[in-house]
Design a protein around this ligand. Structure first.
Ligand code: HH2
Length: 311
């Protein structure tokens, strides 16, 4: 991850790099896939529910993800799994506060993202140094998040969802899946820009598993490139989600390989960042995918490039 002047776009390897601005720093996105570690301080998240519910377990999880090479750590205090019950802002804050305080004390340069749709939670997280608001409702839950992002200059992730976590998996239906997601994200981005958010602060996410069937999720991974003309970095979160279970007939604890495969496919299709429970494994796998993506076309008559390529 490198830092550069805000807003500039350069070219390297096969694609454009985009600036993603988060408060006082700017990440260059596009040359290396960003790994966003998931840290759910909840009792009921579909995979890590209960792992980091206790404050000391959560801070240990944070340190581990930093050591494993996370580029960003996304902390959440409310599960958004299908059918999940909403949580009050006060309780959500109580769950995530220890990690935010610990991160501030530790002084690690890894930016923290807060996975919330509530103004109060996001505002308190920003006060403690969080650099990104990850809003799975794309400003439909609490539109005040837009002015908060504008005033603070933090990064803002806008995610597509059809319905709400309580209802979204009942009967997801689209006339044209990719153009509906594209329009939804474009319109959410317009709302943010109108509130004063700079486009460099925005990252977009098609919302795997949020009001989608198995086939919808697989199609999104394959067709992700369609979202690239929105001009902003694309984040995707396939980690251990149920479509992998449906394809491979495996429970969440056994979906690591499926997650790596889905994220590799997504990155080759155009994703810039992946949201993952397993940081170490994704860092290792995606460095290989990044190297493949960065290749320039081989010329038969050119001198050999790169290191030893034997087995
Ligand atoms: N997925 C989950 C939560 N937040 N945010 C973004 N931007 N993209 C995603 O795909 C996404 C997200 C759901 O996964 P998880 O946090 O592991 O589970 P739970 O909602 O049960 O806590």
């Amino acid at each position: 991850m490198s830092t550069r002047a805000p807003g500039k776009v350069a070219r390297k390897g096969n694609g454009a790099t985009l600036a993603f601005r988060l408060r006082d720093r700017t990440l260059e996105v596009g040359t290396r896939t960003l790994i966003v570690g998931v840290l759910n301080c909840t009792p009921d998240s579909f995979y890590d529910g209960g792992h980091y519910f206790d404050g000391s377990e959560a801070t240990r999880g944070y340190d581990e993800m930093v050591d494993e090479g996370a580029d960003v750590i996304d902390v959440g205090g409310e599960s958004t799994r299908p059918g999940a019950e909403p949580v009050e802002a006060q309780e959500e804050w109580r769950r995530i506060e220890p990690v935010l305080r610990h991160a501030k004390r530790s002084g690690h340069p890894v930016p923290l993202s807060v996975d919330t749709s509530k103004y109060e939670v996001a505002a308190r997280a920003l006060e403690l140094g969080a650099a990104i608001i990850n809003d799975v409702t794309a400003l439909h839950g609490d539109p005040r998040l837009a002015s908060l992002a504008a005033e603070s200059g933090c990064g803002l992730v806008l995610m597509h969802m059809q319905g709400t976590p309580k209802t979204m998996q009942i009967a997801p239906r689209y006339r044209n899946l990719m153009s509906e997601i594209r329009e939804y994200l474009a319109s959410a981005m317009q709302t943010a820009l109108k509130a004063g958010v700079a486009s460099e602060q925005v990252m977009l996410d098609p919302g795997i598993g949020f009001g989608k069937t198995v086939e919808h999720n697989l199609t999104i991974i394959r067709e992700l490139g369609i979202l690239r003309d929105l001009g902003r970095p694309i984040l995707i979160g396939c980690s251990r989600k149920s479509f992998i279970g449906a394809v491979a007939d495996l429970p969440p604890e056994e979906r690591l390989e499926g997650s790596l495969a889905a994220h590799a496919a997504a990155v080759l299709a155009g994703a810039d960042a992946v949201r993952v429970h397993d940081v170490r494994e994704h860092v290792r796998a995606l460095r290989v995918i990044d190297a493949i993506k960065a290749l320039r076309p081989l010329r038969d008559d050119g001198p050999p490039r790169g290191g030893q390529g034997g087995p």
